[in-house]
Every structure is written in structure tokens, then in C-alpha cells.
Ligand binder design. Structure first.
Ligand code: ZN
Length: 463
């Protein structure tokens, strides 16, 4: 039976994940992520919803990072009518994350339009509204790990733990005797809070992420020491520390580790503000899904009952409270959305802290090219925040370990678990080209033969 696979995003780049599997009788869409990059270009790409995605009979998404599922409301608003499957924890988180994203967009657009109106420039629109995010959530349907389900005629799906963030899944499709495995994003073994990635039995085709396909992270304990040192130095300087965070997942991992460091007396107490309107609710979802935790977190939960450090955290809800943070003195930590600094409250905090050399921007996740986050990582001398220039004098530290992503060693460990002679095709996605290529070479050395790095809109026959 003919089976075709088309990639519509996250091809030779990290963000905007979406692909469609199509037989003669049915088709299924996997992921509908947001493309992140320069504002105008990103808006243009995210506004164009491929017809094949709109026409799919069913949709599946692997986890709640914005580059994998952040544009679902736009898909539904443009006419997608089918069900949207994910694990129960992912669905609970997605409802919050998509509302968060819609709110950030509405607020940013309001802010930007005020300036545009003053200058007589054309007004901009959000990709989707809060209302559209709420409507999209009505099509969500939870499916537990290891529960096999027919999504569309002749297409079955089963979720396995990806060990990346709460609820994250590897997606196994079974279509006409062929087993097609999509890794979603794979976590590192020993990552705080979540379990290690599972081994999925005998795939014929593997579609793998390659975000850190050519890089190796230091071990988790080393990362913890590194975080401790960075925070201690910043504390001694009385710095305001701003951590741009993806509002779901990473905030909780980071808070978990800071909380441990303070409990162990390895770090002085300092206030941690979480300025992301819906992060508190996301943390509530974590507490609702202990079935997704690893043993260490369960143990910690048993002893402490408060692994996400509620008593230390101060959540900021209103814009007025957020603005009040501008005037408080360091040392303190402000965790604010969004992760690549492209919008949201973090931009307002950056405006205040970047000119002063004692302050610190702590980057904990992958920053896509063209985003403000990337320019900060690359050490730009000046950054543009909402159209105005600010000198980037403050300290910048990058901790990729909390990116929750497998590195090259972890990815090779994943590939080593399978027999290369039995896997007929490998597709490497979710990586900048150099990372995907580095992984392709290493995977080839393991004995895998048919390895592709797809281009956007490229279609492949699945054998
Ligand atoms: Zn992810």
C-alpha cells in the first residue's frame, strides 16, 4: 500500500514542526508547531497553514513545547475539524500553554500597535486569539501511554515516554504492517522530574529529532554545580537575574534544582519570582500527574511534599505586579516567559536589566536563529527591545543542560538500541543543518544506511 510522508516544518531547522503521513484511504498530521525566528518572517510562515494539514483525518502531538504544538489554534481556526490526540498530562499542559501563548500575543500586539498607530504604520494581528485557543482545545482527546488506538482508517498510534518534559511522548504509528516511530523530543537520561526515555519495540522507520545532534552536554550533577556557581556569583554581585523560560516544563525543572540547592545549603536564600501568568497553573498540572515523575522526584515529593518550591516562589499575576518588579533590588531571580525572548513579559524585564553589568541573563534553552534570545547568546553589543536599542552590558550565561534535550551521546544511545539492518529509513528533523548532518554521520557509522535530512515540503515514499 502506498504510504507517503511530507515534512512541512522543522526540516533543516529546529522549530515549526509538522508532518503528514498519507495512505490512499486516510492521512494523519503530526505536530503543529510554531516557527520561531525574526518576527515578520515567523508571522508569515505561521499564517500559511498547508492544505494537507487542514485535510488530515486526525492529528497527534508529542508534547507541549511551542515549536511542536504552539500553532494548533491557528490550524483549527483555519478549518481543521478532526480530533487531536496527546497524552493526558500533555493535554492538560497544552490547554494552559496555548492560552498563555494567545495572551502573550494579544498583549504584545496591543503594545506594538500603540507604537505603530503613533507612527502611522499599519497595525498587526496575533496569530490566534485567546478565544481561538479555547475553541481548539475542544478537539483534544487524551490517550494514555501504551494504549493502542486506530486514529483513521488503517492508521494506529501508541505513545511511549520520551523523557523530555511532563507528558512528552514518542509516537509509534502502525500502518499496513509498517512501524513508523517519531521520537518527538527525546530527554536526557537522569533529567530532573521526568522519567528516562523508553525503548519502543522494533521500528521500521525512524523520524528523529536532532536539536543537539552534534553536541555533548556535561553530566547533570556537573550542570547543577555550574548553576550553583553562576547563581552564587550573581548573588554576591547583588544581581537581578532574569531567566527567559518556556512557561511549561523548563520553569519547573529549573525551580526544582534551585529549590534543591537552597535546601542543601549550597545556595543562599533569595527570592524567586515567576512572572508568567499561567506558570502557576502549569505547576498545578505537574502536581496532578505524579504518574509521569521519576523515582527521585517521587521520593522528594514524599519527604518534602513541595518539590516545586511553592513557599519560595512568588508568582506574579497582574501587569501591575509585573511592573513593580522593575523597582525591586537584587539579588533576586525573575523567571519570565517567553523562552526565546520574542515576546511576553520577559522583554520588559530585559529592558530594565541589560544595561547594568552586574545583572545576569541566564539562558536555559535552545535559541532559534533570528530570535532575540539568539542575539543575546551570541553576545550582541546592542539589542532591540520593542523597537528601541539597549546596550547589552550585563552578564550572559548559557546552561544548555536544562534544555531537557538529548545530546549526541544520548541520541546515539537511542539508535544503538535498534538493529540498523532492520530499520529501512531514517529521517533527521528538528535540527539546524550542521546538527542534523553531524548526527547523520554518527548514525551512519553505527551501520544505518538510508538516512535523510528532509527539506521543507519534501515528500518521501515509505517502503
Ligand atoms: Zn521540546
Amino acid at each position: 500500500m502506498s504510504l507517503k510522508l511530507t515534512f512541512f516544518g522543522a526540516a533543516r531547522t529546529v522549530t515549526g514542526s509538522k508532518f503528514v503521513l498519507r495512505t490512499r484511504k486516510a492521512s494523519v498530521l503530526t505536530e503543529f508547531g510554531m516557527f520561531q525566528g525574526h518576527r515578520k518572517k515567523a508571522f508569515e510562515i505561521n499564517s500559511r497553514v498547508p492544505q494537507a494539514a487542514l485535510n488530515a483525518d486526525a492529528m497527534v502531538f508529542s508534547h507541549t513545547h511551542i515549536d511542536h504544538s504552539g500553532n494548533i489554534p491557528r490550524l483549527v481556526a483555519d478549518g481543521y475539524k478532526g480530533l487531536i490526540y496527546a497524552t493526558p498530562a500533555t493535554i492538560d499542559l497544552a490547554k494552559i500553554m496555548l492560552l498563555d501563548s494567545a495572551e502573550i500575543q494579544e498583549r504584545d500586539v496591543e503594545y506594538v500597535n500603540k507604537k505603530h498607530a503613533r507612527r502611522g504604520e499599519p497595525l498587526v494581528e496575533p496569530l490566534y486569539t485567546v478565544e481561538e485557543a479555547q475553541t481548539a482545545a475542544k478537539q483534544f482527546l487524551p490517550l494514555h501511554y501504551h494504549e493502542r488506538r486506530e486514529l483513521a482508517r488503517g492508521i494506529h498510534v501508541t505513545f511511549y515516554d520520551a523523557g523530555h518534559i511532563l507528558g512528552s511522548a514518542q509516537v509509534l504509528y502502525e500502518i499496513d504492517g509498517r512501524r513508523i516511530l517519531f521520537t518527538g523530543d527525546l530527554g536526557q537520561p537522569d533529567l530532573p522530574v521526568v522519567r528516562d526515555p523508553e525503548r519502543v519495540p522494533d521500528p521500521d522507520v525512524i523520524i528523529s529529532e536532532s536539536t543537539y545532534g552534534g553536541r555533548v552536554h556535561p553530566p547533570v550533577e556537573e550542570a547543577k554545580e555550574c548553576l550553583q556557581k553562576i547563581l552564587q556569583d550573581a548573588y554576591d554581585r547583588k544581581a537581578k537575574i532574569v531567566v527567559p523560560a518556556f512557561s511549561v516544563g523548563r520553569t519547573q525543572s529549573l525551580v526544582f534544582v534551585m529549590h534543591q540547592l537552597m535546601d542543601e545549603g549550597r545556595l543562599p536564600q533569595m527570592p524567586i519570582w515567576v512572572d508568567s501568568p499561567l506558570s502557576l497553573e502549569a505547576t498545578g498540572v505537574f502536581r496532578k500527574h505524579p504518574e509521569c515523575f521519576d523515582d527521585e522526584t517521587r521520593e522528594y515529593l514524599d519527604q518534602d511534599k513541595d518539590p516545586f518550591g511553592f513557599f519560595r516562589l512568588r508568582y506574579v499575576k497582574t501587569v501591575a505586579e509585573s511592573k513593580a518588579l522593575n523597582d525591586i533590588k537584587g539579588p533576586c531571580v525573575i523567571i519570565a516567559a517567553s523562552g526565546m525572548c520574542e515576546g511576553g513579559r520577559v522583554v520588559h524585564h530585559l529592558k530594565k536589566i541589560v544595561p547594568d553589568e552586574k545583572n545576569l541573563v541566564l539562558i536555559t534553552g535552545f535559541q532559534a536563529p533570528g530570535t532575540l534570545g539568539r542575539r543575546i547568546v551570541e553576545g550582541a553589543e546592542v539589542v532591540r527591545l520593542y523597537g528601541e536599542e539597549y546596550p547589552l552590558n550585563c552578564q550572559v550565561e548559557v546552561l544548555n543542560e536544562y534544555s531537557a534535550h538529548a545530546d549526541q551521546n544520548d541520541l546515539l544511545e537511542f539508535f544503538r538500541a535498534y538493529n540498523p539492518k532492520k530499520v529501512k529509513q531514517v529521517f533527521l528533523v528538528h535540527g539546524d543543518e550542521d546538527q542534523s548532518k553531524a548526527l547523520a554521520e554518527a548514525v551512519w557509522e553505527l551501520g544505518y544506511e538510508n538516512i535523510q535530512i528532509p527539506e521543507v515540503e519534501q515528500t518521501f515514499d515509505i517502503r
